[in-house]
Design a protein around this ligand. Structure first.
Ligand SMILES: [Zn+2]
Length: 64
């Protein structure tokens, strides 16, 4: 069965490091290098802190 999930590539506005967040990783807060920014991406919502600049949003398929 194919399951869709979301991938967001984002950049911290403070340290400029690029991070990737996936909606299929549950309860996982992705933090940038300097620790000022983070994103918790879930299927139905995302929680953000700090200065997040969205670089790219993709819908991907999971093959099981
Ligand atoms: Zn940072």
């Amino acid at each position: 069965m194919d399951k869709k999930y979301k991938k967001i590539t984002w950049k911290c506005g403070v340290c400029d490091s690029i991070q990737e967040s996936y909606s299929n990783r549950r309860w996982d807060m992705d933090i940038c290098k300097c620790g000022q920014s983070g994103m918790d991406l879930e299927e139905s919502y995302s929680r953000q802190m700090g200065e997040i600049i969205i670089v790219k949003e993709e819908i991907l398929e999971e093959n099981e």
